[in-house]
Write a protein that binds this ligand. Structure first.
Ligand code: COA
Length: 141
């Protein structure tokens, strides 16, 4: 997408823009409870924020200190334009800079092709989390 940029920021700098995106995607669209969505770990994470050419916040994701990626969300109107890939690539750079040797995530099963394309491999059987089927995935850095 023309003009797309991704910034890596601490929670205090991103929260006002990330919370509406995550609420729209996880709570409204996917019916995850607010308590599960806001799990209290955001202060410990590095966060990615995708901005459109006009400066609108359109997607977000986070990296936990232990190398887990999560809370990847792109607003519906902006999907299918490379925003998700740009967010993951930024978070992979942050993980490498932090000296991590691999990253892991729990993928919603519908997103498996998306993560496979980015070099993630499945580990183990499907399980339920927040009422949604998931598969654990890892990627070496
Ligand atoms: N299933 C299959 N393929 C998918 C996909 C999905 N759910 N989401 C994206 N892809 C494909 C795209 O079609 C695209 O392929 P193409 O270039 O050949 O068309 C490629 O993956 C890159 O996609 P991209 O445009 O970068 O992804 P996105 O900006 O649409 O973001 C999500 C992908 C999953 C982050 C977005 O759909 C989203 O926010 N979904 C709701 C929240 C969610 O499920 N988060 C993931 C939790 S594990």
């Amino acid at each position: 997408m023309a003009g797309l940029r991704v910034e890596l920021l601490p929670w205090e700098r991103i929260r006002d823009q990330a919370i509406p995106i995550r609420t729209r995607v996880f709570v409204t669209e996917q019916a995850v409870s607010v308590d599960l969505e806001m799990d209290g770990r955001d202060r410990r994470c590095r966060h990615a924020l995708a901005l459109s050419g006009a400066g609108e916040a359109v997607g977000t994701g986070r990296l936990l200190p232990d190398g887990h990626l999560g809370r990847l969300a792109v607003l519906p109107a902006w999907r299918g334009q490379g925003v998700g890939i740009a967010l993951i690539e930024a978070l992979l750079r942050a993980a490498a800079e932090a000296g991590l040797e691999q990253v892991a995530l729990n993928a919603q099963t519908h997103a498996l092709p998306f993560y496979r394309r980015l070099g993630f491999q499945s580990r183990g059987a499907e399980f339920m989390e927040a009422g949604i089927p998931h598969v654990a995935m890892v990627r070496l850095l």
